[in-house]
Design a binder for this molecule. Structure first.
Ligand code: COA
Length: 122
C-alpha cells in the first residue's frame, strides 16, 4: 500500500443518487454505509486496505435490487485506488446466487478457494 492518505476515524460524506452516505476510516479498515431519509442504515460494506479484502457487504432486504451494493462496490474501488491498491478481493459461498451475480456484474473475476470445515468432525 502507498503512503496512507487518511488518519484514523476520518469521516467523509458521500452522495449516492437520492441517498445519503458516509465513509469512515478506522486506520486500514474502511466502512461505507448508506442511510435512508430517516438516517437508518440500509446498506454497508467494509474493506480491509491491508488484505484488500471486502470483510462485509450487506443491503437491508427491502432495499435490495436497487443497485445499492453495486454503488458501494464502485465506491470501494475508488477508495482502494486512492489507497494505492491494485485489486480488491472478496469471497462468497457458491450457493449465494445474489452475491455471485453481483460480483460478476461489477466485473470481478472468479478464483477458486478451498476450505475444510473442522466444526462437524466427530
Ligand atoms: C448480495 C447483496 C449485497 C446484493 O445487494 P443489492 O443492493 O441487492 O445488489 P444490486 O441491486 O447492486 O444488484 C446488482 C446485481 O447483482 C445481481 N443480483 C443481486 N441480487 C440478486 C439475486 N437475489 N439473485 C440473482 N442475482 C442477483 C444482479 O445481477 C443485479 O443486477 P440486476 O438487478 O440489474 O439484475 C444483498 O443481496 C445482500 O445483502 N445479501 C445478504 C448478505 C450477503 O450475502 N452479502 C455478501 C457477502 S460477500
Amino acid at each position: 500500500m502507498k503512503d496512507k492518505k487518511f488518519g484514523a476515524t476520518e469521516v467523509r460524506e458521500i452522495i449516492i443518487p437520492g441517498m445519503r452516505g458516509c465513509v469512515t476510516w478506522y486506520g486500514d479498515i474502511v466502512i461505507l454505509h448508506i442511510t435512508d431519509d430517516k438516517r437508518v442504515p440500509i446498506a454497508m460494506v467494509v474493506i480491509n486496505l491491508v488484505t484488500t479484502y471486502i470483510e462485509k457487504l450487506l443491503v437491508t432486504d427491502s432495499y435490495r435490487r436497487k443497485g445499492l451494493a453495486t454503488s458501494l462496490l464502485l465506491l470501494v474501488e475508488e477508495i482502494a485506488k486512492e489507497a494505492g491498491l491494485d485489486r480488491v478481493t472478496a469471497t462468497t459461498d457458491l450457493s449465494n446466487q445474489a452475491t455471485l451475480g453481483l460480483f460478476r456484474k461489477v466485473g470481478y473475476s472468479e478464483l477458486i478457494a478451498f476450505e475444510k470445515r473442522l466444526d462437524d468432525m466427530s
